[in-house]
Design a protein around this ligand. Structure first.
Ligand SMILES: Cc1ncc(COP(=O)(O)O)c(C=O)c1O
Length: 409
């Protein structure tokens, strides 16, 4: 059938109907770029993906079969917005070991921690509300909060995470609503905030009566040294703690959670009702089954062993193959490190050449809310490639960097 542009049945100019908010929403630069890097022959250090060969497929299959046999009427039904009660009880008991004094009623299950970030935006951000974060920072948070028309103020990050010594000045001047912090194995920087910096952050947040959003998707993936006290233990009255099974079990289940004071959890529950009523009952019950049967604990131990080896392979390959003036962070856990290349090289401009050479990364600039930094940096993921490919990919990048440096001489 022919459709005429000016006829009542012709194409609609959807742009004309968009809200101002929607007009400002951008697709994540990283999502776009990941499409390029998914060609099979490219060694990709770009995504934040866990190793798919380690997914506990058989255990998940067993959990599905068990639930469909034993509890199909519950597993396939609508459930409460707050989340599956046994899973919330499990999470409360787990965090108690870290000293977090929250019961099941302080926990809201979310559809990944990405939804937690979105709900926080919905509940706290009016157009122009200011948020304080380190830079670089997690791009997904920026994307979620930009949709609510947030403004961002940033302070730098060094090899020990957010430079909290600069918080007070910035807070006095910019009056943010909350501080967004990634204390463990930062995405993208791989850094960990030491205890003295956490304490200082809490002191300042209390002095200026600010709330803290502690995003901790990688905390369980620690490859050396001891856990550091979470900020939510130091300041339970003003911290919202975000967790997820995406990196410790599988991201496809989309199970995350927010923990915090009950009155604000109840507000977040209302915000979630309008978004998706509740997170998939079946997925929550699968995650709960895996967690309650002790499989998760064993699985995380296995992940740590494999990822530790991949991290070490990457660190060694960088030492061997990269030019002298480069540097990088030494993550104690998580999935990423942050590498800085010699000054004249712009990692965003180098990217097409890297893809041509069959290796990919994310250029540093993508992790700066206003794209005004990170020009000579890149994020490298070490969890998703096997050691021999890590070695080869880092060697390819090293060759490219050498060639660029030659040209700038
Ligand atoms: C810092 C951080 N927060 C939140 C998320 C979102 O995770 P998910 O929605 O899969 O739980 C990610 C994912 O990579 C992340 O790195």
């Amino acid at each position: 059938m022919t459709v005429y542009a000016n006829s009542p049945t012709g194409p609609v100019d959807w742009e004309r109907f968009l809200s101002q908010r929607a007009q400002k929403m951008k697709s994540s630069a990283i999502r776009e770029l990941l499409k390029v890097t998914q060609q099979p022959e490219v060694i990709s250090f770009a995504g934040g993906l866990p190793a798919p060969e380690l997914f506990p497929v058989r255990e998940i299959e067993e959990a599905c079969n068990y639930l469909l046999r034993k509890e199909p009427k519950r597993a396939l039904q609508y459930s409460t917005t707050e989340g599956h009660p046994p899973l919330r009880e499990f999470l409360a008991a787990t965090v108690a070991k870290y000293g977090i004094q929250h019961g099941p009623d302080n926990i809201l299950i979310t559809t990944g921690s990405q939804q937690a970030l979105d709900l926080i935006g919905k509940v706290f951000i009016d157009p122009g509300t200011t948020i304080l974060t380190a830079e670089p920072t997690y791009l997904g948070a920026i994307q979620a909060w930009r949709a609510y028309e947030a403004e961002f103020v940033t302070i730098p990050l060094d090899d020990h995470g957010m430079c909290v010594e600069q918080l007070e000045e910035t807070i006095k001047e910019k009056k943010p609503c909350f501080i967004y912090v990634l204390p463990n194995f930062h995405n993208p920087a791989g850094t960990t905030l030491p205890e003295y910096r956490r304490k200082h952050l809490v002191k300042i947040a209390r002095k200026y009566d600010l709330i803290i959003v502690e995003d901790d998707p990688y905390g369980a993936l620690r490859y050396e040294d001891d856990d550091i006290t979470p900020i939510s233990v130091m300041a339970p009255e003003r911290t919202l703690y975000l967790g997820t099974f995406s990196k410790t079990l599988t991201p496809g289940l989309r199970i995350g959670w927010i923990m915090g004071p009950m009155e604000i959890i109840q507000r977040l529950v209302r915000a979630k009702q309008g978004a998706d009523l509740h997170t998939s009952t079946f997925d929550q019950m699968i995650a709960n089954d895996i967690a309650q049967r002790g499989i998760l604990k064993v699985h995380v131990r296995r992940l740590c062993n494999v990822y530790r080896q991949r991290r070490d392979t990457m660190l060694k390959a960088l030492e061997t193959h990269w030019p002298e003036d480069s540097s990088w962070t030494h993550p104690q856990g998580g999935l990423f490190l942050w590498a800085r290349v010699p000054e004249p090289i712009d990692t965003a401009q180098l990217f097409p050449k890297a893809v041509e050479a069959k290796v990919a990364y994310v250029a540093g600039v993508h992790f700066f809310p206003y794209a005004d930094g990170g020009h000579n940096a890149m994020r490298l993921n070490f969890s998703n490639s096997k050691p021999e490919l890590i070695e080869l990919g880092i060697q390819r990048l090293g060759g490219l960097l050498d060639a660029e440096l030659e040209q700038t001489k």
